[in-house]
Each structure stands twice: as C-alpha cells, then as structure tokens.
Design a protein around this ligand. Structure first.
Ligand SMILES: Nc1ncnc2c1ncn2[C@@H]1O[C@H](COP(=O)(O)OP(=O)(O)OP(=O)(O)O)[C@@H](O)[C@H]1O
Length: 340
C-alpha cells in the first residue's frame, strides 16, 4: 500500500555567517550547502498495517511523510501510495489519504470546524451515511460540537488537534499519515484518538503510518516499526522485534526452598559477572544483564544449576529504553535467539 524506492530529499540552504554583518552577508551570498534529509530509503508497507515511523529529531520523518502525502517532490527515487505517485497526482492521492501534521494545520484557518467539514464533505464527495456515521463518532469521542463556530485560528492547540484528527478520517481514507497527532491533547483525548484510529483499522482495514514522540501512542496503535536514523532506514519489522533488540535483557524468577531472595541476589552478583540482581516488590528475583556480555543460555543455565525454579519469565524491555538506545547510537543488530 505504501512503497518507497530509493526515496531521497535534499534541501539547499544558504551558508550562514555569524553576527549582524554576517547575517547581512548571508542575504547577499551565493554560498549554499546541501542537507540530505532523506537518504535513499526503501520500504514497503502492506495494506492494513499500522506502522510507527520512529527516529530522533531531524532523522527525516516529517520530510518522508511530506513526500508520501504529495506536499514535497523527491530529489531522487519515488514513492507510491495505493498505486499513486502522490506528488504527481495530488488530487487523486488526496481522496485515498488522511493527513495530520501536528505542527501545521490542514484546516481552513478562517473557517469554523463545521464549515470546514462541510467543504471536506463536498471535496471528497462523502456519502451521507458515511458522513453521519463519522460525525456521530466525533461527537461521542472528540466532543467536536464543543468547538462551536469559532474560527480554527482561534482554537487552542488541543481543540485544533481534535478537529484535525476528525478531518483526517472524515472521508474513510485508505491510508492515514499522522505526524505527531496527539500534541496538545490530554490523556482522555489521546485515548479517544487511539480508539478512533484503531476502530477505522478494524472496521475498514485502514493503513496507518504514525510518527510520535509519545511512546504510549506508538504502543497503543502500532504493530510494526520503521526506524530511521540520518535519513536511512535502520530497522523494519514488528514492534515486538524491535523491543527484542534492546541491549539489556532481564529474567524474573521465583524459586523453591534454599536460600532467601537476598542471599540469591548475592550469589548471582558473585557468580554472574556483568549481571545485576534485585528483589522485586513481589519477592521474586530479577536479573538484568547486558546482551553483549552474557547470553540468555548462560544466565538460565546458571540459575537452573543453583536454584530450584518455580516460575521464570523474561519481561520485554520497555519501548522507552529501546528508543533511548536507538537515539543515542543506532539500532543494535539482532543477537542470539532471545531472552527466554
Ligand atoms: N524546508 C527545509 N529546509 C532545509 N532543511 C530542512 C527543511 N526541512 C527539514 N530540513 C532538514 O532535514 C532534516 C530532517 O528534518 P525532518 O523535519 O524531516 O526531521 P524529523 O525526523 O521529522 O524531526 P522531528 O522529530 O524533530 O520532527 C533536518 O536536518 C532538518 O533540519
């Protein structure tokens, strides 16, 4: 449904010189440099997938989405959304997609939300039943009527985002591109937004590409992850697979008989160099270990040799830990067969 082939975007920017005189010189200067925001990325996202587009600030996420939504033309390579090259056929593409850019409005600044919706209804030729169904949903979940007839420009960020989300889904698009869709929303509304998109996905098979710095959005909406770094794709797979690439692994266990948890913690500290052990609030023992120093087999072997395990599981690393690691130094390669 969404395909990128060697997609590349360069920006030409004027060389800036420091100071006031420098600023004036910049205006007159012809010196430019090129910034490669997206560097030949390729991926294919199937219809009905829900993918988080993840990357640090400046990684190239928004620029990619601008090309996928037809706002920008690539410098090289191409992309296809539902078979359409978006920047070549913006009108046809617009019918297939719904877009939210948290940083920039898609609505008519001087019109009220109901007026904007009426325009969208005509532009997209939305059947009455679809329009009525969707409006009822937005009334229930986004309290859209409370926005009244205020022009969009006078709405608060959170109010505007409610309208942007609703507008992006109003015509039952096949694909939604949401770039930071929940900025300015409180927890209740964030939840409502997640419900809306998950419902569209379940009922209509909507394909979703989401960028968000809010990890709970990603976890609540997406099954897959596409990670970009320096304008390049460094990981594509399931979110679960991404979590397994964390550089720290953990095992939590309960044991029968023998030494108490504190003594077990000391034994692990002495016998498994590199691992740290602690007692959980439930009285179990948790072992954390760096995946590049110890394998799961070594850790489990050690535990099985010394203690009579009654229960044992490997908790998944949390998304925040994995992303912090990615933002600091790239995605670690897949390692041995996993934590359990
Ligand atoms: N219009 C532009 N002119 C010049 N450079 C740009 C322009 N838009 C983006 N860039 C540069 O391209 C790179 C990628 O920017 P982009 O906005 O795509 O990143 P991002 O991953 O969406 O970041 P963030 O998470 O901060 O929104 C950055 O180095 C940015 O400075």
């Amino acid at each position: 449904m969404i395909v990128a082939e060697g997609l590349t975007k360069d920006f030409r920017i004027a060389e800036r010189r420091p100071g006031l005189v420098g600023s004036l010189a910049t205006l007159l200067s012809r010196e430019h440099r090129t910034v490669r925001a997206v560097d030949g990325i390729s991926f294919a996202l199937p219809a009905g997938s829900k993918t988080a587009y993840i990357g640090a600030n400046g990684a190239g996420k928004s620029t990619t989405i601008k090309m996928l939504t037809g706002i920008m033309t690539p410098t090289a390579g191409r992309c296809l959304v539902d078979g359409i090259e978006p920047y070549r056929d913006r009108r046809r593409n617009a019918r297939a997609i719904g877009v939210v850019f948290g940083q920039r409005s898609q609505l008519w600044w001087d019109l009220s939300v109901p007026d904007s919706f009426q325009i969208l209804r005509r532009v997209y030729d939305i059947p009455d039943t679809v329009y009525a169904r969707n409006l009822a949903l937005y009334r229930e979940l986004l309290d859209i009527d409370a926005l009244g007839t205020t022009p969009v420009r006078q709405l608060s960020l959170g109010q505007r985002m409610r309208a942007e989300i609703a507008a992006s889904l109003l015509h039952d698009p096949k694909v939604v591109f949401w770039d930071e869709p929940t900025i300015g929303l409180d927890m209740v509304l964030k939840e409502a937004v997640r419900t809306l998109v998950n419902r569209a996905h379940a009922e209509l098979g909507t394909t979703v590409l989401l960028t968000s710095h809010d990890l709970s959005d990603i976890a609540a909406i997406c099954d897959d992850a596409l990670v970009v770094d320096g304008g390049r794709v460094v990981h594509q797979g399931t979110l679960h697979d991404l979590l397994r690439r964390a550089d720290r692994r953990s095992v939590v266990f309960e044991h029968r008989g023998g030494p108490g948890p504190d003594a077990v913690v000391r034994a692990i500290g002495a016998g498994l160099p590199g691992a740290t052990a602690s007692v959980t609030p439930e009285g179990r023992v948790r072992v954390d270990y760096p995946a590049d120093a110890l394998t799961s087999r070594q850790v489990l072997g050690f535990l099985l040799d010394r203690f009579e395990l009654a229960d044992c599981y490997a908790p998944e690393p949390d998304l925040e830990t994995v992303l912090r690691q990615i933002y600091r130094g790239g995605v670690p390669a897949a390692r041995d067969g996993g934590a359990a």
